[in-house]
Design a binder for this molecule. Structure first.
Ligand SMILES: Cc1cc2nc3c(=O)[nH]c(=O)nc-3n(C[C@H](O)[C@H](O)[C@H](O)COP(=O)(O)OP(=O)(O)OC[C@H]3O[C@@H](n4cnc5c(N)ncnc54)[C@H](O)[C@@H]3O)c2cc1C
Length: 495
């Protein structure tokens, strides 16, 4: 979009909390339009309302961001009249399980960096978490009920926000909408979304296989090859990374799988979908040879490190992102506890020193095949007046969900102002996540993703592997902070 590039810094909160709301609306519209580089003749007063369905992590953050920018917001929340198996209250911003927002280290941890970026953008979830912080070492843990109560109070008290309680069961034909209904989207709405997207593009359970950083794999033991060298191009013929096992290693691996601690399903989750994607430990329980005839079959592969020895079993990993920094272990969805997973998977030859970008899991989780369905600015391609945000877009976790709400709220506000807001660059934590879900991830095998450094474009010239990790992460986070500030500056609306 053309127009003048002006940088302004102002306090909308101060304006919007006192004085005539109509005048303030016009003032904030004009100022924010200038900040977003909207050509002045096209500035229009914000008479359009932004509707946000779901007042969880993402919906609450989206509402706050848009309202702070002067947009009128209605949050539609189905609780308490319609509940979920995990939520306990009718509060907005409820944490459904753990009370932790994970690491708060913004120099060495990707989720800590996401905290930092959200704080810099006046994020409601972060500012409320900081106010209710509990001692938890390097993690950001909170007192959960006062936290959710404060999120609710802040949203209810905002002059630009209204909350309407009730279930939304259909996708609207017009207006400005963000759907942030989360992993436990109500059945009626889930059916409406599936009718729009096609049933294959909306999942109701995730089946997450562990993801390993490529540079932590020992390639003196592993090798790249597709089964029977299938594929038209060299890239396809070497699409899989293979880790061989001899008989003793295989038997020890099966013993470890059978003995490992497992997580139970939550009450209300069902495992009836199971036969399509059995957890590996369940496959092992069905017979010691099941895996050797399933995902670990050793056929069609020759180990170049020992061409004369036929492996007894082979674990295959497949590229998980376009950058080639992440590999998922094929068919290894699991309900093993996290500690048990790292112990068991490090028994695989080649993965002894593996670093995991994400561990495996299987949960009740409604999520879209975002790489095929959403645009780079989170719109549903088939109905561009609807954006999605939060866990339903295929991110995983409270922080990641709130982060996608923050971006969706700002993007929707920009639209209502008659401007546009491009996604942040992939060198930032926010940008790395949104780039992954809207295009960087492999669509065919898409599963929910936590933020991690494997999603960031590499910083050139730095040492790889475990030794260089500290310097590398610092370089990623320094670059991200600078780029986030640059992205944020033209929208500068400080609370
Ligand atoms: C059982 C469980 C445990 C989890 N534990 C953790 C954890 O410990 N740590 C972590 O980081 N992440 C956890 N997650 C993952 C996820 O990060 C959280 O669920 C997070 O709350 C997602 O944020 P969200 O805003 O996308 O969805 P939610 O926070 O769930 O918010 C969605 C909101 O939409 C409402 N809604 C749904 N359908 C409708 C409808 N049709 N009309 C109106 N409103 C509707 C819901 O009531 C809810 O308030 C867990 C998920 C589940 C299911």
């Amino acid at each position: 979009m053309g127009g003048r590039s002006l940088q302004v810094s102002l306090s909308l909160t101060d304006h919007s909390r006192s004085g005539d709301p109509k005048i303030l609306l016009i003032v904030s519209t004009v100022i924010y339009s200038i900040a977003l580089c909207v050509p002045l003749p096209y500035i229009r007063v914000m008479t359009q309302t932004l509707h946000i369905v779901g007042g969880g992590m993402a919906g609450s953050e989206a509402a706050w961001q848009a309202a702070q920018l002067g947009v009128q917001v209605v949050i539609h929340e189905m609780r308490p009249s319609v509940g979920t198996f995990a939520h306990q209250t009718g509060l907005l911003g409820e944490m459904v399980c753990s009370n932790s927002f994970r690491s708060d280290d913004s120099e060495q941890n990707a989720v800590g960096l996401l905290h930092w970026e959200m704080r810099a953008a006046d994020g409601l979830i972060m500012r409320t978490a900081d106010a209710h912080r509990l001692p938890a070492g390097g993690a950001l843990a909170v007192d959960r009920e006062p936290f959710a109560q404060s999120v609710t109070d802040a949203l209810m008290a905002h002059p630009n926000i209204t909350v309407e309680y009730g279930e939304v069961t259909a996708l609207p034909d017009d207006g400005n909408w963000i759907f942030a209904t989360g992993p436990l989207t109500s059945s009626a709405l889930g059916a409406a979304i599936a009718a729009e997207t096609g049933a294959d593009a909306l999942a109701f359970f995730d089946a997450i296989a562990p993801i390993v950083y490529f540079d932590s794999i020992d390639m003196s033991k592993a090798w790249m090859q597709s089964r029977y060298d299938k594929g038209e191009t060299e890239e396809e013929r070497t699409a899989y990374l293979n880790c061989p096992m001899d008989r003793d290693q295989y038997e020890a691996f099966i013993d470890a799988l059978l003995a490992a601690d497992k997580t139970e399903f939550h009450e209300g989750e069902t495992a009836s979908y199971f036969d399509g994607c059995l957890p590996i430990e369940v496959m092992a329980e069905r017979g010691r040879e099941t895996l050797r005839f399933g995902p670990m079959k050793p056929v069609g592969l020759t180990n170049p490190h020992a061409p004369d020895i036929k492996p007894y079993a082979v674990v295959q990993l497949r590229r998980d992102n376009k950058l080639g920094t992440l590999y998922n272990i094929v068919g290894f969805q699991t309900k093993m506890k996290y500690g048990a997973q790292t112990d068991v998977f490090k028994q695989i030859p080649g993965l002894e020193e593996a670093s995991f970008a994400r561990l495996g899991g299987i949960h009740r989780n409604t999520f879209l095949n975002a790489p095929t369905l959403l645009t780079a600015d989170m719109r549903l391609k088939s109905r561009p007046h609807i954006r999605f945000a939060g866990q339903i877009t295929g991110v995983e976790g409270y922080v990641e969900s709130a982060a996608m709400g923050l971006l969706a709220g700002r993007m929707a506000a920009a639209d209502i102002m008659g401007g546009t807001l491009d996604a942040p660059p992939p060198t930032t934590a926010m940008g790395a996540l949104i780039t992954h879900i809207t295009g960087g991830a492999e669509a065919k095998t898409f599963q929910p993703m936590n933020v991690n450094f494997g999603l960031f474009p590499p910083v050139e010239g730095l040492k790889g592997g475990r030794r260089g990790r500290k310097d590398r992460y610092k370089a990623y986070t320094d670059r991200a902070k600078a780029d986030w500030q640059t992205w944020l500056a033209p929208q500068a609306v400080a609370a």
